[in-house]
Each structure stands twice: as structure tokens, then as C-alpha cells.
Design a protein around this ligand. Structure first.
Ligand SMILES: [Zn+2]
Length: 267
């Protein structure tokens, strides 16, 4: 986690620990943010400051013979926890069906946010990691608590209207997507779910372009969201992870997410 990485003494302690367990370690991941309050939007100036530290730590790990990679913990944002203490988003947050706006999770169609994503991954690619991992906050649901799912902001509704050729208001769209057409497929819900998942796939493509514009040798990995929540929208994991692959012969990596952190009790 980032704070420990910035602290030289903690870094050296960690390296000693790793050296004493060398056979159990093949790649060391540096997380770009901490869990807790440092889990959300980080302004680009601070991203670059952290990248300078991380680059040094990566060189240090390599000197000791370890692989060194980066996990970008915050892209869209995981949740609104601790928001009174955090830097507010400089663009629109994810908007829920009731018009509530997330304070820490970005609307993934905001042009300024997409520029930020490009700059952030460009900065971390400059640290020369072996791999860059995308965390599981790149999702359109479970952004606790202000907004659980979205995005129903004006920008997103305008784009959905353009793609479907039908004018949509927030309340009317929400009523349409929760309408029960069973056993038939609800075409409005189907179009909305594809709209959301397209955006997630597009962000993964943007990340790949940003990273490989700096160094095409950097590997890319994705983290899935918990399987019990897949039905919340069309997760399209294969499309997302394929978007991280620049050519068919390229290896990509995938890991479980959403709390699947132990083998004994994955969920
Ligand atoms: Zn939006």
C-alpha cells in the first residue's frame, strides 16, 4: 500500500522480509493508494509525486532480484466512505436512478475524467513496472453508499438517447429497465446493460493505450468483480480483459475480486 512505499525504512524492512521468503515471492505489487481514506480520487499532481517514489521502489526491488509491478487501486473509485475527509471530484460523480450523486466515484463518461485516467496510467507506466493491474472499482454497480449503481447523469442519458434513438428521462429509463418482461428479454434493460458494459470495456482500452504509449512491454492485468454480483449488469469479463490485450499473442492476467482473498473462504 502506498504509504508504506513512501517510507524508506518500511520499504527496506519489507525487502528484508521478502528476501527471507524469496522462494515464495516472484512479483511484488505496489498499490498506488491505501485502503481506507486514501482509497478514492487522487489529484494528478499527487499521482505524479507518488509515481516518482514508486519508480525508485521498483528499481530497488529489481536490484534485489524481485519482479515489481503496480496495482492501480483507484480508477473510477470504490465507494464514498470517508468522503468528508477527501478531495472532491473535479467532475461529475456517478448519478443514481434517484438523482443522488456519488462524491467519490467518477462518471465514466466525463471527458475530464477520461483524460485523468489516461494521465494517471501514463504516469504509472513511466515507473517501468513489469505489470500494471486494474482494480475491481472499474464497475458500474456496488459503489457504496450514495449511489449503488448508475450512471444516470445528464451526460450519460444524452449519450444513451443518441445510441438508442429514443429520448430518455431518468425516471422513465429506470422504470423501463426494472420492468418485468419475463420470459421475454426486456429490450430497454438489454440496451442499458450493454451501454454500461461498453463503457467499462472502453475504459480498459483507454488504459491499454495509455500504458503501451509509454512502454509496450508492460503487461496488463484485470480484476473481476464478485461473481454473485455479475447479474447486476453485463459484466462481459472476456471483452474487458481482451481490451487489455494489444495483440493476439500477448499474455494478459486476471485475478478474482470483490473479497475473494482467501482460498478457504473465497466469498
Ligand atoms: Zn454519467
Amino acid at each position: 500500500m502506498y504509504t508504506a512505499v513512501e517510507d524508506e525504512q518500511k520499504t527496506e524492512q519489507l525487502i528484508e522480509l521478502l528476501k527471507s521468503n524469496r522462494t515464495a515471492v516472484d512479483d511484488v505489487w505496489i498499490f498506488t493508494e491505501n485502503d481506507g481514506q486514501d482509497f478514492r480520487y487522487v489529484p494528478i499532481a499527487e499521482v505524479r509525486r507518488r509515481a516518482a517514489f514508486i519508480a525508485r521502489r521498483i528499481r530497488r526491488l529489481r536490484e534485489e532480484g524481485f519482479g515489481a509491478s503496480i496495482n492501480v487501486l483507484n480508477t473510477i473509485g470504490h465507494s464514498d466512505y470517508a468522503d468528508p475527509f477527501l478531495v472532491p471530484l473535479p467532475w461529475g460523480g456517478i448519478t443514481g436512478p434517484d438523482g443522488a450523486v456519488s462524491t467519490c466515484c467518477s462518471c465514466p463518461r466525463e471527458p475530464a475524467f477520461l483524460n485523468y485516467v489516461r494521465e494517471k496510467y501514463t504516469a504509472f507506466a513511466g515507473c517501468d513496472p513489469d505489470w500494471i493491474w486494474v482494480d475491481d472499482d472499474v464497475r458500474m454497480f456496488a459503489h457504496y453508499w450514495n449511489v449503488m449503481h448508475g450512471c444516470f447523469c445528464d451526460l450519460c442519458l444524452t449519450e444513451f438517447t443518441r445510441r438508442t434513438g429514443k429520448e430518455w428521462k431518468r425516471e422513465e429509463l429506470y422504470a423501463a429497465i426494472v420492468r418485468n418482461d419475463y420470459p421475454a428479454i426486456n429490450p430497454d434493460r438489454d440496451a442499458w446493460m450493454h451501454f454500461l458494459s461498453d463503457q467499462i470495456v472502453e475504459i480498459h482500452s483507454l488504459i491499454r493505450e495509455a500504458v503501451h504509449s509509454v512502454n509496450p512491454r508492460i503487461g496488463l492485468g484485470g480484476m473481476n468483480t464478485r461473481f454473485s454480483a455479475q447479474s447486476a449488469y453485463y459484466s462481459r469479463f472476456p471483452d474487458r480483459f481482451e481490451a487489455l490485450r494489444s495483440s493476439p499473442d500477448r499474455e494478459i492476467r486476471v485475478r478474482p475480486g470483490g473479497g475473494a482473498f482467501t482460498d478457504e473462504r473465497p466469498h
